[in-house]
Design a binder for this molecule. Structure first.
Ligand SMILES: [Zn+2]
Length: 190
């Protein structure tokens, strides 16, 4: 290959690479973030502050995952402040665990009175039937994802913590912490 041909090849390689990066950038902004439609009242225009009731009877892995999860959100710059409630304090959201082989989910968040309402309380479950075999980062990713629902975030596409499946979130994307779109979604909500 002559020198001119090499130069031309390099030019086209850079052009194609630039195009690919531009495409990826645009795709990541197409997906952005989504909302469940509800919110915690009285907290707009400020940092979302919620007390979390960690069930004292759940397994150590679940407890660790929830702790990893709320620390991730608190330190992400998402204007979210989760505080574990002491055993005598009231809490906004109960974090606990089940062992259910008859369902397909590894984590589930229920917000009351409904997903698109002004929230009064919530419950998060990790399903040990699945999470019992997860490494720490994988179960932490599930807990962080569920805490995203607690904030009011719905599922989103791409390598974000709010992507629907653990197969994508962990096995493909290796994510256990909130990503830029997740953080932007939380910040824009309160
Ligand atoms: Zn989800």
């Amino acid at each position: 290959m002559g020198k001119y041909t090499q130069q031309v090849s390099k030019f086209w390689a850079i052009l194609v690479l630039t195009g690919a990066l531009t495409f990826l950038f645009q795709v990541s902004h197409v997906f952005a973030y989504n909302y469940l439609g509800g919110f915690w009242p009285g907290q707009t225009g400020s940092t979302l502050k919620l007390n979390l009731g960690l069930d004292a009877n759940m397994g150590a892995n679940a407890s660790q995952a929830y702790t990893d999860g709320f620390i991730s959100w608190n330190s992400a710059g998402a204007e979210v402040s989760f505080t574990p409630a002491s055993s005598t304090q009231s809490y906004n959201v109960l974090l606990t665990e089940t062992n259910n082989s008859s369902v397909g989910w590894d984590g589930l968040t229920t917000l009351l009175p409904c997903n698109s309402c002004q929230y009064t309380s919530g419950t998060v479950l990790l399903n040990r039937f699945f999470t019992g075999s997860y490494v720490r980062g994988k179960i932490a990713g599930v807990a962080t994802h569920e805490l995203g629902h607690v904030i009011g975030l719905a599922h989103a596409g791409g390598c974000v913590i709010m992507v629907a499946t653990t197969a994508t979130r962990w096995d493909t994307c290796h994510l256990q912490t909130p990503q830029l779109d997740d953080i932007n979604g939380a910040k824009a909500r309160y």
